[in-house]
Write a new protein. Structure first.
Length: 198
């Protein structure tokens, strides 16, 4: 399969690449590295990406920035950072990508557990994760030609120790387990699902 991985060199993305690279053609996309570079908050950048790559079988996104910080000091600009990047960036990968994806292909987006299990300082991220989950469930009803869409919603991962203090009582998730959530989405048959990895 020809698989596009957006965020391929990131904390999660590099493990997804390793999990899927056997017997597949992996196209690595990042903000500053990889085979192609895009700005997740720029629709024109996303459109240009698909024009260059052309048709594909699966797309995985582990990319997108969002603001993490105290609600009393949060500004609209800080909140909107995640709306423009993590939310609309991933939504636009689907809106544009559906014109290029092969029949029976799949999209896999990344949300996270904060939509259901919130933490202090996580209001913006929780809202965006919830919106992504809703988009995936609804979009699965309308994608054509047997194309599937799912999200993977990991908890705090073991390679992000700087976030551990904000997740009291949570056991960091092993990267191997996180990567398998994406493998399940890409190689499995389900659609409209949010695969939580906690």
């Amino acid at each position: 399969m020809k698989i596009i991985i957006v965020g391929a060199t990131g904390t999660i993305g590099k493990h997804v690449v390793k999990a899927l690279e056997a017997n597949n053609e992996i196209i690595k996309v990042g903000s500053k590295s990889g085979d192609y570079q895009i700005d997740m908050a720029d629709l024109a950048s996303i459109e240009a990406l698909f024009e260059k790559i052309g048709h594909f079988d699966a797309l995985v996104s582990t990319a997108g920035d969002a603001h993490f910080g105290p609600l009393p000091q949060m500004t609209e600009t800080e909140f909107r950072k995640g709306v423009d990047s993590k939310l609309m960036g991933q939504v636009n990968l689907v809106l544009v990508g559906q014109k290029y994806i092969n029949p029976k292909g799949s999209f896999t987006l990344t949300s996270g557990t904060l939509s259901d299990d919130p933490i202090i300082y996580g209001a913006a991220v929780a809202a965006i994760n919830g919106a992504l989950n809703g988009f995936v469930k609804s979009a699965s009803l309308e994608l054509e030609n047997g194309v599937r869409i799912n999200a993977v919603g990991p908890g705090v991962v073991e390679e992000s120790p700087s976030y551990f203090p904000f997740f009291p009582g949570d056991i960091p998730v092993a990267m191997h387990r996180v990567a398998q959530g994406y493998v399940k989405s890409v190689l499995g048959g389900q659609t409209g699902q949010v695969f939580k990895v906690i």
